[in-house]
Design a protein around this ligand. Structure first.
Ligand SMILES: [Zn+2]
Length: 277
């Protein structure tokens, strides 16, 4: 079974709650983790979807084109990395349009995949799917069917589904969960991948395969760059940002050696033939 490998393409300081002024002067290290990741993907014959912030097109155009030219899919991770459920629909539409346009212009291909910052499509921001469909997005992976302090729709579909919007269908791949004692727990990705022992991640993916469910894995380049600067911010967010960074590369090599991965769009198109193209 082929699973989806996804990357939220942002630098280490872009997804953490620090002041704008600090971000402006933060050390740029995006290429370090991204190059390690591209090498690992290539040596394991895996393809991925990279959800890039719109600013990457301006700040790192050569890196973005290199990812696209290596056969990976470029999707959008929005513009500001702010929470969707705190935006107005108008602002969300503008940010989506701007990031999709800049990314598409940079790589010379359409951008059809999307992931919200902090998985922030929740009950309060489900309207975002209509706007995404209207802006040309076919594949979304922004809804986490868990209960988390920052995100989640605990009773959302655990399987990929077709969401019908006023602007047409959009294929949603909810972040992967496993049923344990009547609750959904995250299968793998990001901090969960770093916190869980490898054997738990492996068992979770095998459990999904037994259910006939492909998994959507996710990672950030800075998770392969354990020497990125340590800055202080909200304790709850810090705990998940810095934990077990040195374990990522070793676990990732095992993950890619054992399971097959491709882009989000390919897994969703296989699941719903005729709808993705
Ligand atoms: Zn992000």
């Amino acid at each position: 079974m082929k699973h989806a490998f996804t990357v939220d393409l942002e630098d280490w300081y872009q997804g953490v709650p620090i002041a704008q002024a600090k971000r402006a002067t933060a050390e740029r290290r995006l290429h370090i983790g991204t190059e390690r990741l591209l090498t690992l993907l290539q040596s394991n014959n895996a393809k991925a979807t990279f959800f890039a912030l719109g600013s990457i097109a301006r700040e790192h155009p050569r890196l973005l084109r290199a990812i696209s030219d290596a056969g990976h899919d470029i999707g959008s991770h929005g513009l500001s990395h702010d929470l969707l459920y705190e935006m107005t629909p108008e602002r969300f539409r503008e940010e989506t349009r701007s990031s999709v346009k800049d990314l598409a212009h940079c790589i010379g291909r359409d951008v059809r995949s999307y992931r919200a910052a902090y998985f922030s499509i929740t009950r309060r921001s489900l309207w975002a799917l209509d706007i995404l469909a209207a802006e040309g997005i076919k594949f979304d992976s922004s809804i986490f069917p868990v209960k988390n302090w920052r995100y989640g729709i605990p009773d959302y579909s655990r399987r990929p589904i077709v969401v019908t919007t006023a602007s047409g269908p959009i294929l949603e791949f909810p972040l992967s969960t496993r049923r344990v004692l009547g609750r959904n727990i995250p299968v793998t990705g990001g901090a969960y991948f770093r916190i869980y022992p490898w054997l738990l991640t492996r068992a979770n993916i095998h459990a999904a395969e037994r259910e006939g469910l492909p998994v959507v894995f996710y990672l950030h380049p800075w998770e392969l760059d354990p020497d990125h600067p340590v800055v202080l911010f909200k304790a709850k967010a810090m705990a998940t940002h810095y934990v077990n960074l040195r374990s990522t590369e070793r676990k990732l090599a095992r993950l890619l050696a054992e399971f097959r991965f491709t882009t989000l769009g390919e897994v969703l198109t296989d699941a719903f033939p005729g709808l993705g193209s």
